[in-house]
Ligand binder design. Structure first.
Ligand SMILES: *Cc1c(COP(=O)(O)O)cnc(C)c1O
Length: 483
């Protein structure tokens, strides 16, 4: 407890005045010699007493207010939050003996981040264990444990942990023999890492349009874009939504193409009851700080193909032969993950089911409160055979209204993100565009709302009210949306 907040109730108004002056908070908590709370006094209280003719030497006890607001240390946050008002910004907190133990201060600059890692399981314990073992580099028990546990969770035979999601994609492409002369089909809506990984190999990316309902790569556009040179497809399960894997797998089989799934935003999502990452030759995951589970930075390639698994293992570790130290038979990379990152990963995988359930409930809450708002379209959760997971909450509105919503939400301290800018709209990727009609329309309408663990029904209510106010005022012609 900050002593500067306290003032002995046996003292004079001058003592309170001094305490308030020192702590700079405009309030002092009045306590007896046992630190028991007797009342509070604000700078306003003192000013009023002085105006009424009181002197600073008068005893506090003659002027103490009978009623004042305080909280007990066993009250739940919701109850405590309700005690704050325009007038009450600082509240003393007492224990069972009514002794002051701390205080809560209302922070008008609330900030709800777009995403937040949840590190409340065994993360710290395992990290400490890895640290104390001195195995802090890329050997150690947590690496293989993380690979085993995460690949088993996904339903794949093998997992290869790597430094991040981008190099997971690159490693997958190289292992499948993709290089110069080859073409690889990617969706227009994705994070740039997807296309960059293709470019690193020297292959030519081919950007195709997305589906209107799922926002994932459009299988019909894939088929149209196939040429003699096409070697692979990278379906991206965007914003937690699984791609139409039935159609994509059928196309890949028909034209003898490889499939590398970009699962960076869809850990645990399912198509026909099977987890993403297990449909293609290799599934690539990211464990960046804002993803569903995280290792800070990190990634993994999963596969059911033993030969590909062995190849990836060699390539990620400088291309060194497994049975002959310092003999390199291929040009490899250093794409290793550290044991420290893997330690966090093991703890994250332990609770992935709970995390996904919590995220699902949060999306339910958002849906309930946002579904009645005219002019707002929620991400589809009802597409045939697809079980999406919640990464970021994603909604669409008209481009004009999107700007207004952004402004109001940001002003209220709520972090928002625009939809990914289509690859086709960036100069460096323009030479690779095949089709982009729907993606350019939807990207201007979409934005993400936060999924951090700080969000409760009150925050969702607040977000819903802000959006509802914004969209109520839209004029008929610029506010109409249709997709
Ligand atoms: C985050 C992300 C990646 C890249 O992952 P990093 O771990 O940041 O390298 C790749 N693809 C998609 C779709 C992503 O969202």
């Amino acid at each position: 407890m900050d002593k500067k907040m306290l003032c002995q109730v046996s003292g004079s108004l001058r003592d309170v005045y001094k305490a308030i002056d020192k702590n700079g908070k405009g309030i002092a908590f009045l306590v007896d010699e046992n630190n028991t709370l007797a009342g509070v006094m604000t700078d306003g209280d003192i000013r009023r007493l002085l105006l009424n003719g009181c002197g600073l030497n008068e005893k506090i006890c003659n002027h103490i207010r009978k009623e004042f607001i305080f909280a007990r240390d066993d009250e739940d946050p919701e109850t405590i939050r309700n005690k704050f008002s325009d007038k009450v910004k600082i509240i003393p907190v007492v224990n069972k003996k009514k002794q002051v133990v701390q205080y809560y201060e209302f922070n008008s600059k609330i900030h709800i981040p777009i995403a937040q890692p949840q590190l409340n399981g065994n993360e710290y314990e395992y990290l400490q264990d890895a640290f104390l073992s001195t195995w802090i580099s890329s050997s150690g028990k947590y690496i293989s444990k993380f690979e085993e546990n995460f690949s088993r969770y996904c339903g794949a035979r093998f997992g290869v942990a790597v430094s991040n999601g981008t190099v997971a994609l690159h490693l997958a492409l190289v292992s499948l023999g993709i290089g110069a002369q080859d073409e690889v089909i990617v969706p227009d809506i994705t994070f740039a890492a997807t296309i960059n990984a293709v470019l690193y190999t020297g292959a030519t990316p081919v950007i195709v349009d997305i589906e209107e309902d799922g926002w994932c790569i459009d299988p019909d556009e894939i088929e149209k874009a196939i040429t003699q040179k096409t070697k692979a497809i990278i379906p991206v399960h965007i914003y937690g939504q699984p791609c139409n894997m039935e159609k994509i797998c059928a196309i890949a089989e028909k034209y003898n193409l490889k499939i590398i799934e970009d699962c960076a935003e869809a850990h645990g999502a399912e198509y026909c009851g099977k987890k993403v990452g297990t449909f293609g030759d290799i599934g690539c995951f990211s464990f960046f700080g804002n993803k569903v589970i995280t290792t800070g930075e990190g990634g993994m390639c999963i596969t059911n193909n033993e030969e590909l698994h062995d190849k990836m293992r060699v390539l990620k570790d400088h291309g060194m032969k497994k049975d002959r130290k310092y003999y390199h038979e291929v040009i490899g990379f250093n794409y290793r993950m550290t044991n420290l990152q893997a330690a966090i990963g093991v703890a994250q995988v332990e609770k992935i089911t709970d995390v996904l359930r919590w995220r699902d409930e949060l999306e339910n809450m958002y849906c309930q409160k946002l579904k009645g708002i005219d002019g707002l379209i929620l991400q589809r959760r009802d597409l045939l055979n697809r079980k999406k997971i919640t990464w970021l909450i994603t909604v669409l509105t008209s481009p004009e209204m999107r700007e207004k919503c952004f402004e109001s939400l940001t002003k209220a301290g709520i972090d928002v993100r625009p939809f990914f800018i289509p690859l086709s709209e960036m100069e460096i990727y323009k030479p690779y565009v095949f089709s982009s009609k729907i993606s350019s329309k939807i990207s201007k309408m979409g934005f993400n709302l936060p999924t951090s663990s700080e969000i409760d029904s009150k925050v969702v209510d607040k977000i819903a009210n802000i959006l509802s106010d914004c969209l109520k005022n839209r004029s008929k012609n610029n506010g109409e949306i249709s997709i």
